[in-house]
Design a protein around this ligand. Structure first.
Ligand SMILES: C[S@@+](CC[C@H](N)C(=O)[O-])C[C@H]1O[C@@H](n2cnc3c(N)ncnc32)[C@H](O)[C@@H]1O
Length: 380
């Protein structure tokens, strides 16, 4: 069946004329949800990661580790098991530090954002922002008594936790390169340390729903990811992707060529392209999903304002939270990409970010990103 495309982009509304040009505070009209934090004890893979684990140095002592293979009914001898889990512990928890920020240890260097407390707070803000964008819905795919759900790149696991509460009879699996999820979660939820770009070991046709949110800049080969998801889904199962396209847009002609925000965005997108993990690929997902065999594909594009500049109430609230998440994350978003791919040093980056923050908070500069909400079905 041919795919369909639905584009519902709210017409850009002009910025408020009465708005001050100076910085605005983060909105207070709604509070972010109770957050899973990086200080929670790490959770480790409940299944063996798809990849070979290599031994590295010992993990920091304060990092608690539970042996996921503690069953006595094991094919491994005790010593094999011990050395395997020691390697697992080290390769998962031996975090890397760069410019004062903490990064993932499993498949080191693969992902550009930190996994420390600051970043995890941002992820919880992003979750709240996305919940506003989706009018409070955790998903838009029409699920009917789902039994098995996957959250690709679960982050702090906050979406997966809420889904587990919403569907208590479903089992939710959240995977990530970093074991940064909380330990105490609903019984129908498990977290795995895994690389979703490795060959999936899940039973074919076993999932009802696969969800992927904010994975821009993370994935090298989206067409392959979609093929793997297609195989893992049951016939009739759904995949859903929620993701901005990082092309900077402006609702009027006020974005000047010398804007620090425009300069930063260009550097940001270019560095990610050079790294092989695009930040602007969302418009291509529909075609790649179709190639993978999905049908009834809908790509709904809406506006993600960068500050509370729109007049319309919902977009204003959305912009306020997005501004908070964006300004909080600018350093994290820039450090690895700009030092590795633009050869910039930290003072140079920080200097640029001063102007970027000012531009983002300037309500007379009505910038936004396109937010893609894509749903597709595996045919019966
Ligand atoms: C921007 S965060 C989004 C987290 C979550 N999906 C959300 O919307 O709150 C991206 C997450 O993907 C994870 N990630 C990046 N590359 C990955 C990979 N190849 N396999 C598994 N997880 C990955 C990162 O560790 C990070 O937690």
């Amino acid at each position: 069946m041919a795919s369909t495309s639905e584009t519902k982009s709210p017409a850009p509304t002009s910025p408020e004329p009465e708005a001050p040009t100076s910085e605005v505070a983060a909105p207070t009209s709604a509070s972010p949800p109770a957050a899973a934090t990086a200080s929670s004890p790490p959770v480790v893979a409940t299944t063996a990661p798809a990849a070979t684990i290599e031994a590295e140095t010992e993990a920091p002592e304060e990092e608690e580790f539970e042996n996921p293979y503690s069953s006595t009914d094991s094919a491994y001898s005790d010593s094999d098991l011990e050395s395997y889990t020691t390697s697992l512990k080290s390769s998962v928890l031996n975090y890397q530090y760069e410019n004062g920020r903490r990064y993932h240890a499993f498949r080191p260097g693969q992902y550009f954002l930190p996994n420390d407390e600051l970043e995890n707070h941002r992820l919880d803000l992003v979750h709240h922002t996305m919940t506003i964008a989706m009018q409070g819905q955790l998903h838009v795919a029409p699920l009917d008594k789902p039994q098995k759900i996957m959250d690709i790149g679960t982050g702090t696991g906050v979406w997966a936790i809420e889904m587990a509460d919403l569907y208590p009879t479903a089992h939710i699996v959240g995977n990530d390169l970093s074991p940064i999820q909380p330990k105490w979660v609903p019984p129908n939820l498990s977290f795995e340390v895994d690389d979703v770009e490795s060959e999936w070991t899940h039973t074919p046709s076993s999932f009802d729903f696969i969800y992927s949110r904010y994975m821009l800049g993370s994935i090298q080969d989206w067409p392959r990811l979609f093929r793997q998801a297609f195989r893992a889904l049951k016939p009739g199962g759904y995949i859903e992707i929620l993701e901005p396209d990082s092309t900077l847009r402006c609702a009027d002609d006020s974005l000047r060529d010398d804007s620090p925000l425009l300069k930063w965005n260009k550097l940001f997108v270019e560095a990610a392209e050079t790294s092989g993990r695009s930040l602007v690929a969302a418009p291509k997902y529909q075609g790649w999903l179709e190639e993978a065999g999905f049908v009834d594909i809908k790509d709904n594009i809406s506006m993600l304002p960068n500050s509370p500049w729109p007049k319309e109430r919902h977009l204003k609230e959305l912009g306020g939270f997005h501004m908070a998440a964006l300004t909080e994350s600018l350093q994290g978003l820039s450090l690895r990409l700009f030092t590795h791919f633009h050869n910039m040093d930290v003072p140079e980056i920080e200097k640029l970010l001063v102007g970027v923050r000012k531009d983002i908070r300037n309500r007379r500069l009505p910038t936004y990103y396109d937010l893609h909400s894509i749903v597709a079905r595996k045919p019966e």
